[in-house]
Write a protein of this length. Structure first.
Length: 724
């Protein structure tokens, strides 16, 4: 019995040992094998060899076309790359690159732990983006890997960086970096970059020029002197020089001398058409697909631009700016869009892209003050809030409290006061005081909110602005104004700009495609069509604006129905004209890139207006006028020319005129009453506030408008003298 028990125990012990072996030894081996297999399949299987670094020159050019297939520009069409041994690359070029990209390059391995920590601290504490990659990592990323931002790609980058450090010396890695990294355009390596930007061998460049080249690899498109923001490259160059000084590569005197040097860049040799638009498109592509994909992916990009319209608009801008150069006007810009689809047909960023005086700055993207061209948004909000095109405002000298600041005391563009002015005439003639009163009634926050909904991206916190915002006191971008005016042209629908119609890769596969709709109703409804109809009708009313602009101004295109608004800042820094039909939005601007005031462009019908007129007239030549259809909730009625009340409901006989009103939103009526008024005994006119000489109180008929301002209707009207 005992023997049988002992045999059973031995069998159980053997069985338990077998299970433990399976649990503690075999399963971990299987898990490790599976992990290694997965790591190989997803990371190592297609890992390129670092030996390819010495022969990596393969790339595919990307091309940008207009809507009709005309080539505008070739991005990296021929990879411009010339090998230069490290011994022939100036020491300052090497040191500038190390100083800005990897200050501890010669003292760490494939990765720099301190650099990673330094970058993390910069992002967390200072909220400044700072890279933590070493030169070796950047080399393998640019030359051997795709630009995708994934953990898998980052793991490959680190593995290849270690392999590269094991295979090559530090000097060899630096040599490959300086010969292979993209410096913008078709230029790869410092020698090609030196020839592209300065027309010289790398050995012939001075410290300031080499510091600029060292700045480019971080973001060649954004920092390019040929791009939309050339000032960014100079800012980065200053950082390079400062880092070189702090790290002991140059003296303070060398740094200061290089900072003062005015860099002169060689003109672009690669043929280009519509350059401002091309670089705008390039920046959009880089933001979406990454630098490497755009520069080497072989994209074919069909844009919305019409090169014929572009060339016409460019000629108009150049010719008109040259005509008024004596008025200290050095630049101009224009934008043409199709509001229903958001397509950009022309983008003229300056009078001459190749002008060394900031010609390559794209003023359709720049922050500018819109002047009175922002007023239609304010009055559209007024219509939403129940005011009407016949609502009267009192245009007299007035100051608006603005604590803790001094009171805000605006004046009109013509330096005159016009008494009772109804909305139609206030907007059509761009009279300022009613616009400020309209904003006071609407509320600043509500105005900014509507502007954002219509496409203005630059208005932020309402506390940053005041009532002057309706006169152009905030900065905007022309492309945003085109979107906002497009809402008016689209009967209230917002359609964002779509400058790219189709992108295919080098094999012809469609990456993205935009099929413009037949009508704008696919967009987001921002305003009722009744509101946009009345605003558009006012802006197309040549008779209504005759008081300030006359009947034959540049705002009038005979035989066409076109809505248009001007805008000039109080400082005469910016001068605008923006107008539209259901088919086109045309925006024009003139001014100076250094923001100095113009001396002669002081009216709404000079400067930008002729540019706008010539472009719009050309677009509409031979076309039938497009008159917006009246919405069902808009009705026509005769109103009193003074009070704005519907004549049939006023209760008394009054001079009348025709006006469009919105059902359910009859114009908010002012108060007409009899009050004691101080009157000048000689002129019988209402005495200015505070005037105590030769005055007496009389019972007079007065209007109290919606803001609470009082105007004597029965007093004598004295023709005002323009204020200085």
């Amino acid at each position: 019995m005992i023997k049988r028990y002992k045999k059973t125990v031995k069998k159980v012990r053997k069985l338990s040992f077998s299970k433990k072996t399976l649990l503690y030894f075999i399963l971990p081996v299987i898990l490790i094998a599976l992990t290694l297999g997965a790591f190989y399949y997803f990371v190592l299987r297609d890992l390129p060899s670092p030996s390819n670094l010495s022969t990596n020159t393969k790339s595919y050019s990307s091309r940008i076309y207009d809507r009709n297939g005309k080539l505008l520009y070739t991005l990296y069409g021929n990879r411009n790359q010339t090998f230069v041994p490290l011994s022939r690359i100036p020491k300052y070029m090497q040191e500038a690159t190390i100083a800005i990209e990897d200050r501890s390059f010669y003292h760490h391995g494939a990765i720099d732990i301190r650099g990673i920590l330094r970058a993390a601290l910069s992002i967390i504490i200072h909220r400044q983006i700072q890279g933590g990659s070493t030169l070796t990592q950047q080399l393998v990323k640019n030359s051997l890997l795709t630009p995708e931002q994934t953990i898998q790609r980052k793991i490959k980058e680190v593995i290849l960086a270690f392999a590269t450090e094991a295979m090559y010396s530090k000097n060899q890695i630096l040599e490959m970096y300086l010969n292979q990294v993209p410096y913008g355009g078709t230029s790869y390596g410092v020698e090609a970059a030196a020839q592209t930007y300065f027309g010289k061998d790398i050995s012939k460049l001075d410290l300031a020029q080499m510091a600029f080249l060292a700045a480019l690899p971080e973001a060649p498109s954004e920092l390019s002197p040929y791009g939309s923001h050339p000032e960014l490259g100079i800012q980065r160059q200053h950082e390079v020089l400062q880092d070189m000084y702090q790290q002991g590569y140059i003296t303070k005197a060398q740094r200061d001398s290089a900072l003062k040097e005015q860099l002169t860049f060689q003109k672009i040799t690669n043929p280009i058409k519509a350059p401002h638009f091309v670089f705008y498109i390039r920046d959009l592509l880089v933001q979406k697909y990454g630098q490497k994909a755009v520069e080497e992916g072989g994209f074919k990009v069909i844009t919305s631009l019409d090169l014929n319209i572009q060339n016409m608009a460019q000629k108009v801008v150049t010719d008109e700016v040259n005509k008024i150069a004596h008025d200290h006007v050095t630049n101009g810009a224009a934008l043409v869009t199709q509001p229903g689809t958001g397509e950009i047909l022309a983008m003229v960023g300056s009078k001459n892209f190749f002008d060394p005086n900031s010609g390559n700055v794209n003023d359709t993207l720049a922050l500018l003050q819109p002047g009175s061209s922002i007023k239609p948004i304010n009055y559209a909000l007024g219509l939403l809030n129940g005011y009407g095109a016949s609502t009267p405002f009192i245009d007299e000298p007035v100051c608006f409290p603005d604590p803790p600041n001094k009171p805000y005391c605006p004046h009109n563009y013509d330096r005159r006061w016009h008494g009772i002015v109804q909305m139609r005439y206030a907007l059509a003639n761009s009279i300022n005081i009613p616009a400020v009163e309209m904003l006071q009634l609407n509320g600043l926050s509500a105005f900014i909110n509507l502007a954002r909904k219509m496409g203005i991206t630059t208005f932020t916190n309402p506390s940053d602005y005041g009532l002057s915002l309706t006169l152009g006191g905030g900065e905007i971008r022309m492309i945003d104004m085109a979107t906002a005016y497009g809402v008016l042209a689209n009967q209230g629908y917002r359609v964002d700009l779509h400058p790219i119609l189709k992108i295919t890769d080098r094999k012809g596969n469609v990456i993205e495609q935009y099929n413009p709709p037949a009508s704008p109703i696919f967009g987001k409804k921002i305003l009722p069509s009744s509101v946009t109809f009345i605003i558009s009708n006012i802006l197309a009313d040549n008779q209504a604006r005759a008081m300030e602009f006359g009947l034959n101004s540049a705002l009038h295109i005979p035989g066409q129905y076109v809505s248009v608004k001007t805008g000039t800042t109080n400082s005469y820094r910016d001068n605008w004209t923006i107008g539209y039909t259901p088919s086109y939005v045309v925006a024009a601007w003139v001014g100076n890139n250094n923001h100095t005031p113009m001396s002669g462009v002081v009216t709404g019908i000079t400067g930008a207006a002729p540019i706008w007129h010539n472009i719009m007239a050309n677009l509409l030549q031979g076309k039938k006028p497009e008159i917006p259809q009246k919405p069902p909730d808009v009705f026509g009625e005769y109103v009193c020319t003074t009070t704005g009340l519907i004549a049939s409901k006023s209760g008394s006989t009054c001079p009348t005129r025709f006006e469009y009103l919105i059902n359910g939103k009859n114009p908010k009526i002012p108060t007409i009453t009899t009050e004691k008024v101080w009157v000048d005994k000689t002129t019988n006119a209402q005495a200015p506030a505070g005037d105590t000489t030769n005055v007496e109180q009389r019972n007079e008929t007065v209007m109290i408008d919606n803001v609470g301002h009082i105007y004597c209707m029965s007093c004598a009207v004295i023709t005002p003298t323009p204020t200085p």
